[in-house]
Each structure stands twice: as structure tokens, then as C-alpha cells.
Design a binder for this molecule. Structure first.
Ligand code: PMV
Length: 313
């Protein structure tokens, strides 16, 4: 049996993080410049059922049977085996690597799960539908997030821009024109489950204000979809700025995020906002194509620990 390799892209949330947890629409796009990769090699000398998992970046090198139920990679492997009704797979070695910053709001967890699920299923001779991959990934996301909206697993498994409403059938956003985003990492991170929990307690303390914020953000996602599908993506800029202000009001921005947003705007970005759970992680800036490299350099000078320029199409 030859080695099998599968990968999955990162993602960025263009509009609607947090509000999406409360039923409002969000828009997310795949970021294909970064990816998680899973490589499987058969272990011919081992007994069937033996699986070794190696992920150097997180210092993991272990037999599957030694990993606890709550280990996300182990769960991705086990649930794929059970989806395929396979108890004793031929022994294999699974090696995982990723160029997506961990915990930075770029979907690293979902991408690792999707890559693992794709690699394991294809090693076993099955190809799962994107929807099955997304559903299995959602179960793993619960370990990271507690109560995820389902946005990350959907955009990463389908690898297409999506307009996402929790619990609704999947809707893709059909982009009329492509556009460029600069993504910049603060280098700090707060687990998404913590920012989601913080928003929940703030909402409980002031439902009226937070419900208003969620509705306003939902309205921005709605308007953004029209712009994406109608052309003229430069018009998204002011909507991103508004979305960032609402996230600040919600208390999920941070000094580092605000500083990067401001630096991008001062250098001519059309709009900029934090992306993902917040309180660290990444910002995204919408830029004219010709400004991408300059704004990327500015963001590095302003303290970004990593940057990606991506064309969204
Ligand atoms: O931090 P990320 O990129 O995984 O994004 C989380 C998005 C939230 O809306 C904050 C949570 C969710 O489950 O949708």
C-alpha cells in the first residue's frame, strides 16, 4: 500500500464571528496559502489495529490506543474508523504537520481534523463526502470550542466561501469578483471557548445591548453577501470596519488587534477587523491588489508575528 497524503486549508471569518453563535449569519472563506497535512504510511510489520500518531509541532508521538478519548486527533481517527465500520484497520503511521498558526483563529484545529479524516478514509479505500467530513470534524471541534457554531468545520471541509447560519442547510457565497486579504497574527492567543464564554456572560448581564450588537452584525453579513455576489468587493471595507467596532464593543478585541487594524487602515487598507474568537489571533485587512505587499510590510513593522497575503475567489 502506498503512502497517502491529504491536506485541508485554513479559513478566515470575514463577518459575523460570535454573533453566529446566537443565530446570526456569518461569512467565512478558505485560506489556501496555509494548510494542515496528514500523511499515512502502512506499518507492514505491526499487528492490525495498531496506529501510531506523530505531530512534531505539538510534541505528540503516541500509539492511538494510549491517547485519551478527549484527544482531538485521536477522536478524528476513531470517529473516521467508526464511520467506515472498521474495527481493526491495517496498521498505519499517521504524521501530521501544519502551516496554520495554532489557536490564531485561522481554523487550525478544523484543518487538522479534516486532513486526518480525509487521509484515514482514503487509506482505507473510501472517500467521504465533504458533508460527512464536516460532520465528523464538528464532533472534534466540540472538544476545542465546547459549543461551536459549525462555521469552521463547514468552510474547511467544503473549501468554498460560505454564508453560514447555525442549523440551516449550507449556503455557499458565490463571489463575482476575487479580492485580496492581508492576514496578520498578533502572536497571542486566547482559546475560542474562553472568548465564547466571556461573550455569553456579558450577554447574560446585558441582553438588550448584546442582542442589538448581534443583530447589527448579522445585518452586516447580509449586506456583505450582496456585495460579494454583486461585484465591487471594495465596498466590503467599511462593513469590515463596522464589524470590528461591534466586536470591540463586545469586548473581544485587544490592544494588539486594534493596533494592527489601525496600522493597516493608516497604510490604505479598505477595511480591517479581527477575525475569529478574538483577544489575540489574527486580523484581516481588505486591500487593493497593488497595496498587498506594502501593507503586509507595515503590519510586520507594527508587530505582526506572521502574515499571509491571500486571494479570495
Ligand atoms: O476562533 P475561531 O476562528 O475558531 O472562530 C470562532 C468563531 C466564533 O464565532 C467565535 C465561535 C463559533 O463557534 O462560531
Amino acid at each position: 500500500m502506498p503512502a497517502i497524503s491529504a491536506s485541508a486549508p485554513g479559513k478566515a471569518i470575514l463577518f459575523g464571528e460570535h454573533a453566529v453563535v446566537y443565530g446570526q449569519p456569518a461569512i467565512a472563506v478558505p485560506v489556501k496559502q496555509v494548510k494542515a497535512t496528514a500523511i499515512i504510511r502502512p506499518l507492514i510489520r505491526e499487528r492490525s489495529g495498531f496506529v501510531r500518531i506523530q505531530a512534531e509541532q505539538i510534541n505528540l508521538d503516541s500509539a492511538l490506543s494510549d491517547l485519551p478519548e478527549q484527544n482531538p486527533i485521536a477522536l478524528a481517527v476513531r470517529s473516521t474508523l467508526s464511520e467506515l465500520n472498521i474495527n481493526q484497520p491495517p496498521a498505519f503511521h499517521l504524521r501530521i504537520s501544519s502551516t496554520i498558526p495554532l489557536g490564531g483563529g485561522l481554523g487550525s484545529g478544523a484543518a487538522i481534523s479534516v486532513a486526518v479524516i480525509r487521509a484515514v478514509s482514503s487509506f482505507l479505500g473510501s472517500s467521504l463526502e465533504a458533508e460527512q467530513v464536516s460532520d465528523l470534524t464538528f464532533e472534534v471541534e466540540k472538544l476545542y470550542h465546547g459549543n461551536p457554531s459549525g462555521l469552521d468545520n463547514t468552510v474547511v471541509a467544503f473549501e468554498k466561501p460560505i454564508y453560514f447560519v447555525k442549523g440551516d442547510p449550507i449556503e455557499f457565497a458565490h463571489l463575482k469578483e476575487s479580492f485580496t486579504l492581508v492576514i496578520a497574527d498578533t502572536g497571542k492567543s486566547t482559546p475560542t471557548r474562553d472568548t465564547v464564554a466571556a461573550v455569553r456572560s456579558a450577554w447574560k448581564a446585558d441582553k438588550q445591548n448584546f442582542d442589538r450588537l448581534f443583530t447589527e452584525i448579522g445585518e452586516l453579513s447580509h449586506r456583505a453577501r450582496k456585495i460579494l455576489e454583486g461585484g465591487n468587493p471594495v465596498d466590503l471595507g467599511p462593513l469590515m470596519d463596522e464589524n470590528h467596532s461591534r466586536l470591540q464593543e463586545m469586548g473581544v478585541s485587544s490592544a494588539e488587534l486594534d493596533q494592527l487594524v489601525m496600522a493597516a487602515k493608516q497604510e490604505g487598507a479598505l477595511g480591517a477587523k479581527l477575525s475569529g474568537g478574538g483577544r489575540g489571533g489574527n486580523i484581516i485587512a481588505l486591500v487593493r491588489d497593488e497595496d498587498g505587499e506594502r501593507i503586509e510590510a507595515t503590519l510586520k513593522n507594527a508587530g505582526a508575528k506572521g502574515t499571509v497575503v491571500t486571494r479570495v475567489q
